[in-house]
Design a protein around this ligand. Structure first.
Ligand SMILES: CC(C)(COP(=O)(O)OP(=O)(O)OC[C@H]1O[C@@H](n2cnc3c(N)ncnc32)[C@H](O)[C@@H]1OP(=O)(O)O)[C@@H](O)C(=O)NCCC(=O)NCCS
Length: 178
């Protein structure tokens, strides 16, 4: 049965082949690529379709959970959120996310992270979730704090930027209190 995680203004569910064009369009937004490059996954329609196929397969095999973020009002795909690099022994994994520029600062990602975190703890029964990001990516720091994550540390100069300079990689995390 398809997983659907429902929030107030958005919901999360598996991305589908019909989302390939949108994913490819969003992958071209320079703002999304400023601090990270996972959007290469959709640099062509073919690659977007491949990405969607793999995402579905990985959910079925419980290897990773990449969901689309959909606006309730319009049913439009506005971004993605995922839980991956799962360490099954320690019940820990990484969360990663983006939302298209047109939808920034509406509180959508705060809501997406909150409902995803709840799902990971309550349904997937994991114990710890972490995220890491470029030290200049202040919006990520803010959105994770708003969703209840705390700073765990930073890896000194672990990210080599396109400008050739090195930046710190900041780690935020949350543990299951239930
Ligand atoms: C980070 C991101 C996911 C936030 O999504 P969003 O839906 O806009 O998040 P929200 O609206 O829930 O919250 C954003 C918060 O960040 C704040 N913010 C935005 N830009 C900021 C900046 N440059 N500096 C500091 N705070 C900033 C907003 O003011 C808001 O906080 P507030 O509610 O206290 O005003 C989105 O900007 C994004 O997709 N960025 C590009 C991709 C990316 O970097 N992904 C993460 C890779 S690790």
């Amino acid at each position: 049965m398809e997983i659907k995680i429902i929030g107030d203004r958005i919901y999360l569910k598996e991305i589908n082949e019909t989302d390939a064009i949108k994913l490819h369009e969003y992958s071209k937004e320079p703002e999304l690529n400023e601090f990270s490059g996972p959007y290469k996954a959709s640099e062509s329609i073919e690659r977007a379709l491949e990405y969607i196929k793999n995402s579905k397969k990985n959910i079925l095999e419980r290897k990773s959970y990449i969901f689309g973020i959909y606006e309730k009002r319009t049913d439009e795909l506005v971004g993605t959120i995922g839980f991956f690099d799962l360490d099954d022994e320690n019940k820990s994994g990484e969360i990663g996310f983006w939302v298209a520029k047109n939808y920034w600062n509406k509180g959508y990602m705060t809501e997406a992270i909150k409902i995803m975190t709840n799902y990971i703890f309550k349904e997937l029964r994991y114990h710890r979730i972490f995220a890491h990001f470029h030290e200049l990516n202040k919006a990520v720091e803010r959105v994770l704090s708003k969703a209840g994550y705390e700073k765990e540390g930073e890896l000194k100069e672990a990210i080599k930027s396109k400008d050739g300079k090195y930046y710190n990689d900041i780690i935020y995390g949350i543990v299951n209190q239930f």
